[in-house]
Design a protein around this ligand. Structure first.
Ligand code: ADP
Ligand code: ADP
Length: 225
């Protein structure tokens, strides 16, 4: 089953064609990495899937439903950001629960989902802490937890590691890999880092100047002459 379908999607900014017809279907449980140099259109494509950017042509479907005209909050996705975007004044529990609270999910259901995610992420002991009392790795896990509790059809990652120093970046890459192996989360992950693409991806879509240059497994992409 394909969870995110991108069908001949195009995007123009005035006369500039940023995305020139991309076709890709992300399968259930698949981790797809969008790889390419700065300016090739990666974040534009991700933002169109998220609904943060209008699409000029083509169609995007999430969980089998065409979402072209849906607001971001009505799409069945969760975003994981670069800087974690955690609320500093809230506990880990409240950070993870926030997105459910604003959607009116009942309290008992919120408690159950947060406990389950905290268990998977090994955050159970930290639920009463604030982000400032956590390590970088733990904060990344809280950011993931906040996405997981929503139980979305797909996760969107916008260069989540690009602002970290080399050591933390390696640590976080391992952390995301571990979660992916454990949870089989359907993901669209944007990066310009080949090592991230190589280690995390089931398949890589290599973008250049708004077109898909290659699509394949890491081995297929890197063995290409
Ligand atoms: P990447 O994420 O790969 O760095 P972007 O998606 O940010 O690339 O940008 C793709 C192209 O679209 C670039 O040429 C960029 O300058 C252009 N672009 C992105 N957003 C806008 C915008 N809001 N208005 C005009 N041009 C834009
Ligand atoms: P990225 O690192 O993802 O490529 P940028 O720093 O290029 O991001 O762009 C940051 C923001 O500015 C994005 O929202 C993008 O859509 C917008 N943007 C990028 N290029 C242009 C442009 N040429 N004109 C107007 N807005 C742009």
């Amino acid at each position: 089953m394909a969870t995110v379908e991108i069908r001949n999607v195009r995007k123009s900014y005035g006369p500039v064609e940023a995305i020139k017809g991309i076709d890709i279907a992300i399968q259930d449980g698949e981790f797809l990495v969008l790889l390419g140099p700065s300016g090739c259109g990666k974040s534009t494509l991700l933002r169109m899937v998220a609904g943060l950017e209008g699409i000029t042509g083509g169609e995007i479907a999430i969980g089998g439903r065409v979402v072209n005209h849906l607001d971001p909050k009505d799409r069945d996705i969760a975003m994981v950001f670069q800087n974690y975007a955690l609320y500093p004044h809230m506990t880990v529990f409240d950070n993870m629960a926030y997105g459910l609270k604003i959607r009116g999910i009942p309290k008992a259901e919120i408690r159950a989902r947060v406990d389950k995610a905290a268990n998977i992420l090994e955050l159970g002991r930290f639920l009463d802490r604030r982000p400032s009392q956590l390590s970088g790795g733990q904060r990344q896990r809280v950011a993931m937890g906040r996405a997981i509790v929503r139980e979305p059809a797909a996760f969107l990652f916008d260069e989540p590691l690009s602002n970290l120093d080399a050591k933390l970046r390696t640590q976080m890459r391992v952390e995301i890999k571990r979660l992916q192996d454990r949870l089989g989360i359907t993901s669209l992950y944007v990066t310009h880092d080949q090592v991230e693409a190589m280690t995390l991806a089931d398949r890589i879509l290599v973008m250049n100047h708004g077109v898909a240059e290659q699509i394949g497994t890491p081995l297929e992409v890197y063995q290409r002459p």
